[in-house]
Design a protein around this ligand. Structure first.
Ligand code: PLP
Length: 433
């Protein structure tokens, strides 16, 4: 008997396949490939010991064992909410009171990814506008594509999002009569995924001045994705955008324990305007009525005992060395090649690498094919761009030093140079030879 094909929802049809899956597949199929593509964290430094101890301690006591193994509340484990609010405030050298927030303004989520998703469910109808940096975190673009969001972008430079360009964009949107459709501004303001760039102190102040000034016409929520904030290897701590919002009206601060602790715990959080909390908790009730409770109890204990803080200090050393290794390998292997440049991130896991314009880094490009042949993978930069016309920079790449060992980082960059040489040699050959 024949069966009719399934008809998927509009949302399913509009949700693109993750561009990363192809790269994951390549890495799995070819174990000799050095992956500078993966967004995975450094494996050897994952805090197995402290987590084993925290779990053992929790389970050894019948009261904490029962609490941790039972369902929790949708908003999150209250002692953890308290610690999160103190933690975020302390990163700014402030108290929760200075930030205008209490533990009741915190929501624990299943990774910060769930927060990004739920916030778009909460705020955005098809045709609404979200402003992002360009380039930006491509998994978030996929979330936005799924619900028919129009993405408008603001370029970046070495100091992060260019605030004067934001102002110009808002003026244009207003002239077009569409200001009421602008719901969110998304920024990964510390050591951005994918570029490694950071919003400067001056720009932070300017950005919040713009948002606050425009709020009488249109309240644009700032989604401050601080996923990499704690992985800082040099320079002073920069104030969060949240710290410029003392009445807790404009900024949703999205944090995660995935990068500074362990992604397997899959626990993130938001510190947000009070008026968002109840509707978000209702939505989350429909998603999962609460994130993994055991993970929350574990994190609560790691924060309480100081194990978390000690781990972050160690991790900074590990990643600082990896970053230095990647930067010196790039200097060694690409320093002599005109038209090649790369960012010098002060934290995080990513370097943004720019090839001369004539060398495309796109999927299916000769350069990517040559790189795979040489045994190295990167993420084509164009995944980070959204463009209504299809016009995008095509010679950039995201290089990650998160997962690869020091030796693999060196080897990967060397192979990348071999791939560049192969492509340049081929392009110099006369046609037909
Ligand atoms: C910028 C950014 N935001 C959010 C996330 C989501 O991480 P998680 O859901 O593990 O907290 C990631 C993960 O790579 C990221 O790079």
């Amino acid at each position: 008997m024949s069966v009719k094909p399934l008809e998927f929802s509009r949302k399913a049809k509009h949700t693109p396949e993750s561009p990363i899956s192809y790269f994951m597949e390549q890495a799995l199929q070819n174990p000799h490939l050095v992956s500078l593509a993966a967004g995975l964290v450094d494996a050897p430094s994952l805090p197995a010991g402290p987590i084993a101890k925290a779990i053992a301690d929790i389970l050894a006591d019948p009261t904490t064992a029962k609490a941790a193994l039972q369902y929790g509340t949708t908003q999150g484990y209250l002692p953890l909410l308290q610690k999160i609010v103190n933690h975020v405030a302390s990163l700014d050298g402030l108290t929760p009171g200075d930030l205008g927030v209490t533990p009741r303004d915190v929501l624990v989520t299943t990774g910060s990814q769930q927060l990004l998703y739920m916030l778009s469910e909460l705020m955005i109808d098809a045709g609404d506008i979200v402003i992002t940096e360009s380039p930006s975190y491509f998994v978030y673009h996929s979330v936005l594509a799924g619900n028919g969001t129009r993405v408008m972008t603001v370029p970046m430079d070495e100091d992060g999002l260019i605030v004067t360009e934001l102002e110009t964009l808002l003026q244009r949107i207003e002239r077009d009569g569409e200001l009421h459709r602008v719901k969110l501004l998304y920024t990964v303001d510390y050591f951005q995924n994918p570029t490694g760039l950071t919003l400067s102190a001056k720009r932070r102040e300017e950005l919040m001045e713009v948002i606050t000034r425009w709020a009488s016409k249109q309240r644009i929520l700032v989604l401050e994705d601080a996923a990499y904030r704690e992985l800082r290897y040099e320079g002073d701590e920069l104030p969060s955008l949240k710290s410029f919002d003392p009445h807790n009206r404009h900024v949703i601060y999205a944090g995660t324990f995935s990068k500074p602790c362990a992604p397997g715990l899959k626990t993130g959080y938001a510190v947000m305007p009070t008026e968002l909390v109840e509707p978000m908790v209702r939505l989350k009730g429909n998603h999962d009525f609460g994130s993994n409770n055991l993970s929350q109890h574990v994190l609560n204990r790691l924060l309480e005992t100081g194990a978390y803080a000690a781990h972050v200090l160690e991790l900074r050393k590990v990643y600082r060395e990896k970053r230095n290794t990647m930067l010196s390998a790039l200097e060694e292997h690409f320093g002599d090649l005109p038209g090649v440049s790369w960012t010098h991130p002060r934290g995080g896991m990513f370097v943004w690498f720019t090839m001369p314009e004539e060398i495309a880094t796109s999927p299916n490009s000769p350069f990517l094919k040559a790189a795979i042949k040489e045994g190295v993978l990167y993420i084509p930069g164009e995944f980070g761009y959204v463009s209504e016309t299809g016009e995008k920079p095509r010679s950039e790449a995201r290089l990650s030093y998160g997962d690869a060992s020091l030796a693999m980082i060196r080897e990967g960059v060397k192979r990348l140079r071999h791939a560049a040489d192969a492509v340049m040699k081929a392009s110099r050959q006369p046609v037909g030879v």
